[in-house]
Design a protein around this ligand. Sequence first.
Ligand code: ATP
Length: 439
Amino acid sequence: MVRVLPHADMDKMLSLSKRRGFIFASSEIYGGLGSTYDYGPLGVELKRNVKEAWWSSVVRERDDVVGLDSAILMHPRIWEASGHVENFTDPLVECRQCNRRFRSDQLETGACPDCGGEFTDPRRFNLMFRTFMGPVEDTSHEVFLRPETAQGIFVNFPNVLNSSRKKLPFGIAQIGKAFRNEITPGNFTFRTREFEQMEVEFFVKPGTDEEWLDRWVQSRFDWYVRHGIRRDNLRLRRHEGDELAHYAKDTYDIEYRFPWGWGELEGIADRTDFDLGRHAEYSGEELTYFDDETRERYLPYVIEPSGGVDRATLAFWLDSFDEEPDGNATRTVLHLHRKLAPVTVAVLPLSRNERLVPTARAVYDQLRRVLNAQYDDAQSIGRRYRRQDEIGTPYCVTVDFDTLDDHAVTIRDRDTMHQDRVPVSALSRILQDKVEHGW
Ligand code: ATP
């Protein structure tokens, strides 16, 4: 059965977020700054785990992708070559009555949704943030905050190729901040002006691009499913011809069923040789690849899986939410994938008894060296289990009076609530196995 979050649940999620420390409105004590968010102690762990899972899957577990961390500020000519100066625009209209501004392609009617007023004609609004490099504030010192991480990869293609001695097909992956001066940000962290991207540029021989596009679409879709998003809440959408970006030959979006409707998590595009070709032209540098096997020299084609860290984090988090009957009460639980959960294991002494606490503390000290662990001895054990369920902790370890004699503890599974008794000496290994393999 498809379980779709009703809209009301978004309110519950927002309250959980604030109460438990997932995501806060930025600059809150100054009244906030429109659509910017800060990740709290739990949110930052969740987001780091999402990035780690992505990096493992696209870099560490493959031998044909290497990593990169390029600068946010880059030479302004890069954005001319990439087409961003000319094309990275949204159509902007302004209400003649209340002066509010909107993206005209997102409006359902021709009248202002706020006051019913009439709009101006649309004009093209460039989404790049501008700033100045050095102490002189004139246009010759103007630079942009990157609107995507991709271009840092393209301009490093020869550096990475020469230093890593990779052969085609191979890719370069990067995670980093990107900035877009969105006209209408909104829906929590779905659309913000500062966000993080996780992108791969995968360089292939022209003619093999369609096959590689299919492979990447499949592998990226599977990644979301493998990390816990229900297949029914995901879909693939191929871009129509007129929707394709200026650089793309073909594109698929992986979309998630957010409480407000379907929204893009990631786009996988066949960018052809557009970017390398333009950078070769604008920089005057040689960016072709010499194929040893065929003795040919050519500009590689590029397949680009480009996802948003914040959107993926939001989708994993929303999709994991559940409220389950528990006796006469309701148990709120986040069924987060064990590798994504902000806290992996909580150590809970049965009570604050002076003999139990040091033993439980010793177990906690042992576990936190290898896993993200938390210690909690406040309130009843039942309340503490619920507190951990609510933040998605997959395992709770309980230290009780028998532990003092048998040197064993109980591991409670978040989803099944099944309990297993295991020796303290094997606890770290057992939990690490559970996290790695799910058993
Ligand atoms: P949209 O159509 O939603 O504006 P896009 O097609 O412009 O997105 P891309 O340029 O393909 O997005 O960027 C790649 C990924 O970066 C997106 O799939 C999304 O996950 C993320 N992303 C883009 N813009 C934002 C934003 N304003 N806030 C948060 N994440 C974003």
